[in-house]
Design a protein around this ligand. Structure first.
Ligand code: NAG
Ligand code: NAG
Length: 401
């Protein structure tokens, strides 16, 4: 599946004329975007062929959708640019910096618009790439904004290009507010820039069927006013109906309030301990002084979602038990709002939709929380039959009290 075996498609291009050829190509990809945009304004976008989707910036100006072909070994990107000004930079770099990045740039000199494969050096200067590996397929004006469709192979063999591999990719962006005479004239340090982390190559795991007697339940924030703080963990206590019997959760998916896609960073649903008969209702920041002490007894994870993830399915033979005797009716929803621009006045009802069945499956699924830190070392690749993770605790941990 990895791209390293791929033959360099342009290895046969003779060396000396390459720069010249590339700059000619650079001219050739100049397109009259403005005209195209005007002509297509108002056309309805067809149903999306892109299973993956993520906002790039906290204001939701840039939205990326993509799909992956493991056969062609390429990625199709669709970038939605809301309120386009003079252009946009998009790309990848090792740690999310705008220097030493592999970029595509859409820019205008005030008259014509251009699209090119570019790279930035360690001083952040932008250069046209010798080989144009990002291929622009379409630029279309829609009611939402300009939609750019382009594709790129996982591996391009161009040393200036990023190698798209499994694992986290740092996507970078920059917004051009005003025209630039040339690509080289773009001054990255004067732009509004940022990064987003994403797993571009998603494992292709078959989706198990959901039983016909499946029912759904939404655990959602109660129209919360998102604080204009960089980080808020919002806690909300809700409860299952009286006498709710034991069920198996077979799947769950995120519900993210429209417009807040870039602010809702992750969400978890916890079940409270059965030790207490009841829990006080609460809706507020998890670190609030008003938060009832008892809420720290709601820690059994029922569902967890983070930005970029899709629905989660249990295998057909297992489900996560909830409800019934011996378990608490009380649930705690925790939503992490990431609001670095401290945008005020956003209301939110995001949460998680649980799909559950009364027909209990053969196995109870469990969620194991390991370790204290999140590191790539702890990411279990799909379809493993075994995975060894070794941890050590100090003797204090194993002492019996
Ligand atoms: C990805 O999207 C492109 C553009 O819409 C489409 O032509 C292509 O078939 C899609 N590929 C996959 C693997 O879904
Ligand atoms: C680039 O922009 C920064 C910040 O706006 C400015 O300090 C710097 O002088 C600019 N560099 C050039 C070469 O224009």
């Amino acid at each position: 599946m990895q791209a390293t075996s791929r033959r360099c498609r342009w290895a046969s291009i003779p060396g000396p004329n390459m720069r010249e050829a590339a700059s000619m190509y650079g001219t050739a990809v100049a397109i009259f975007l403005v005209i195209l945009v005007a002509a297509l304004q108002g056309s309805v976008p067809p149903e999306s062929p892109f299973p993956y989707h993520i906002p790039l910036d906290p204001e939701g100006t840039l939205e990326l959708s993509w799909n992956v072909s493991y056969v062609q070994e390429d990625v199709h990107f669709q970038l939605l640019v809301r309120g386009l000004k003079a252009g946009v930079l998009f790309g990848m770099s090792d740690r999310g910096e705008l220097e030493n990045a592999d970029l595509v740039v859409l820019w205008t000199d005030g008259g014509r618009s251009y699209f090119a494969d570019a790279w930035s050096d360690q001083k952040g200067r932008v250069h046209l790439d010798n080989h144009q590996d990002y291929q622009l397929l379409q630029a279309q004006g829609t009611p939402d904004g300009l939609v750019l469709l382009f594709k790129r192979p996982f591996a391009t063999c161009d040393p200036k290009d990023y190698l798209i591999e499994d694992g986290t990719v740092h996507l970078v962006y920059g917004i051009l507010e005003e025209p630039f005479q040339s690509l080289e004239a773009i001054n990255i340090s004067s732009l509004h820039t940022g990064l987003q982390r994403v797993q571009l190559l998603k494992p292709e795991v078959p989706t198990p069927a959901v039983p016909t007697d499946t029912r759904t339940m939404e655990i959602r924030a109660p129209d919360v006013l998102i604080p204009s703080e960089e980080t808020t963990y919002w806690c909300y206590i809700t409860e299952l109906p009286q006498g709710f019997p034991r069920h198996h959760i077979v799947m769950y998916e995120p519900i993210v309030t429209e417009g807040n896609e870039a602010l809702v960073h992750h969400m978890e649903v916890f079940q409270c301990t059965a030790t207490f008969e009841s829990f006080p209702h609460f809706s507020g920041p998890c670190d609030s002084k008003m938060k009832p002490q008892r809420l720290s007894y709601c820690r059994h994870v029922l569902a967890a979602w983070a930005l970029g993830a899709k629905a989660f399915y249990y295998p057909e033979e297992a489900g996560l038990a909830f409800g019934g005797p011996g378990s608490s009716r009380y649930l705690r929803l925790e939503v992490h709002y990431h609001n670095p621009l401290k945008i005020p006045g956003r209301r939110d009802s995001s949460g998680i939709r649980l799909y559950y069945t009364a027909t209990l499956r053969r196995f109870d699924a469990g969620i194991m929380e390991l370790g204290l830190v999140y590191t790539p070392v702890m990411a279990i690749p799909p379809q493993e039959t075994a995975f060894v993770l070794t941890g050590y605790c100090t003797d204090k941990c194993t002492q019996l009290h």
